[in-house]
Design a binder for this molecule. Structure first.
Ligand SMILES: Cc1cc2nc3c(=O)[nH]c(=O)nc-3n(C[C@H](O)[C@H](O)[C@H](O)COP(=O)(O)OP(=O)(O)OC[C@H]3O[C@@H](n4cnc5c(N)ncnc54)[C@H](O)[C@@H]3O)c2cc1C
Length: 473
């Protein structure tokens, strides 16, 4: 490797381009470099990736008084159409971080449970009506103030990342560097904790030069193709589905009252998840996410072709209810491959993995980012206990074990069957065969309670409790 000089400016914390100048990341984010009395030093935690997981971790660590440098290879936070629904457990974490109400002020809103339905049908008037209801998840929102946990919190991932970036930087302890790519890892630190340093090389994508950087710990929150995971040669076993997803954000008029904001449209060829991105009101226009499951044969078509206006229009013709000709405005679209994979460990020495870098699942049921944000809950607690309260380093192994268990025991099987459930060949038969549809239909309280328990007892990790009782040693 070529010799590298540390070129990271050490004068202030804030949002920066790699030359150290304050950077406007995207509308809404705080572009002001914040003065900080401390110089950057090796006592910081390094986070690779300014996705929602990396930025939420940076915010939570800073709230515990820990300095963080976030390295992001992109020029700003991602604007791709991805997650938009956050579960009760995550809402409670947002509330602890003081951002639950801020998300609602920025346009986040609560919706009740989803429904499953057949594809839209011709209504004899030239348009289409919503397809027959197959099942509904009856979830009531009792408190008009919508406290955390009232229902699902809807808020686009791109806006969440912007908000998290601003909140993290506003603490004065977080430094976010864009156009900064993790290139190599020189030293991942000692497993026993005797070598208390991580050392990496970072490439400045504007200047084309590289420099080295050290920190107390490093967290790879660099997404499904994680460079951190690959450099550490951590296996990522699992499979890639033969289907792709086409996600589109689209403004349409709401011709009728929205009784079930999120609809899972069941179809063995083209299934679809329809979710609101702005609060839907009858007769008004609102922004919706149409995430369309494409058949395996679509793999023969290039992503560019799948994204043409004609291709999107023909899918909307099948999947969108309402009068014809269709009137809509697409603002964002992207094609995704989908996977079920889990890293063989989420710890190597003083380097940890979190979010998609550690585990990926298909997005049906919104388990991907939610699980990553719950990794943050566990990792924030773990690092705070080790750095601030001198707990032993082996708590990092417990973090890895507990979060991998959450994926293996809940996230992987549940997301897998969430997808398969949308592709039944005989939908009518599915309602009598499938235990989940039968439980919904019959209001089976025991089954529903059992499912709820999994979300509180398996999905969420209380690291303080683990530190007391131990885990799988
Ligand atoms: C269509 C769709 C809908 C979805 N809906 C939901 C949903 O409703 N709810 C839900 O919970 N999940 C959902 N998901 C999943 C969710 O989008 C992901 O789980 C989430 O993006 C993971 O966040 P992350 O921060 O771990 O990774 P990412 O968002 O992928 O961020 C990683 C960041 O790391 C950066 N990076 C990568 N390599 C480097 C490097 N070498 N150096 C520096 N930076 C680097 C990248 O540029 C990126 O900004 C959905 C996904 C899709 C595709």
């Amino acid at each position: 490797m070529t010799a590298v000089q540390p070129s990271l400016p050490d004068a202030s914390f804030g949002i920066h381009a790699m030359d150290g100048s304050p950077l406007t990341i995207s509308p809404g984010a705080n572009a002001t470099a914040l003065p900080c009395s401390d110089n950057i030093d090796s006592k910081r935690v390094l986070v690779v990736g300014a996705g929602p997981v990396g930025l939420f971790l940076a915010l939570r660590l800073a709230q515990s008084g820990i300095k963080v440098t976030v390295l992001e290879k992109g020029p700003h936070t991602s604007e791709l159409p991805r997650a938009c629904g956050y579960a009760a457990a995550v809402q409670h974490e947002f509330a602890k971080a003081g951002i639950y109400e801020k998300i609602k002020e920025a346009g986040g809103f609560i919706t009740a449970g989803p429904c499953w339905r057949k594809a839209p049908v011709d209504n004899g008037l030239g348009g289409k009506d919503n397809g027959e209801l197959v099942a509904t998840f009856k979830r009531h929102i009792d408190d008009p103030k919508m406290p955390p946990g009232s229902g699902t919190l809807n808020f686009p991932q791109a806006q969440l990342s912007e908000l998290l970036c601003k909140e993290a930087v506003d603490t004065g302890l977080v430094d976010v560097r864009f156009n900064a790519e993790l290139e190599s890892i020189q030293d991942h630190g000692d497993e026993t904790g005797s070598n208390k340093k991580v050392r990496i090389t970072v490439k400045d994508l504007i200047l084309g030069s590289s420099f080295s950087l050290s920190g107390l710990y490093l967290v790879g929150a660099d997404g499904a193709s994680s460079t951190t995971r690959k450099l550490l040669k951590i296996p990522f076993a699992g499979h890639t589905w033969d289907r792709k997803l086409l996600a589109t954000d689209v403004w349409i008029q709401n011709y009728e009252e929205t009784l079930h904001p999120t609809s899972y449209v069941m179809d063995p060829t083209y299934f679809c998840v329809i979710t609101p991105l702005t609060e839907p009101k009858k007769d008004a226009d609102s922004l919706w996410r149409y995430t369309i499951g494409l058949p395996a044969t679509a793999s023969d078509t290039s992503d560019d072709e799948l994204l043409t206006a004609e291709s999107v229009e023909s899918l909307y013709e099948q999947l969108m209810a309402g009068p014809r000709p269709l009137k809509y405005r697409v603002t964002n679209k992207s094609v995704y491959s989908i996977h079920q994979r889990l890293a063989s460990t989420m710890r190597r020495g003083r380097i940890l993995l979190a979010g998609d870098a550690a585990h990926v699942c298909n997005p049906i049921g919104a388990l991907g980012l939610n699980t990553g944000l719950l990794d943050v809950m566990a990792l924030h607690e773990t690092l705070t206990m080790i750095i601030n309260e001198k707990f032993p380093e082996n708590l990092l192994d417990d973090y890895s074990d507990e979060r991998r268990k959450a994926f293996q025991m809940l996230v992987d099987p549940m997301s897998t069957y969430n997808l398969l459930r949308l592709t039944y060949l005989d939908i009518d038969q599915a309602t009598t065969d499938d235990w989940f549809f039968r439980a919904l239909k019959n209001g089976n309280v025991r089954t529903m309670k059992m499912m709820e328990k999994q979300f509180t007892e398996i999905w969420v990790t209380n690291m303080r409790e683990i530190a007391q009782v131990g885990t799988t040693k």
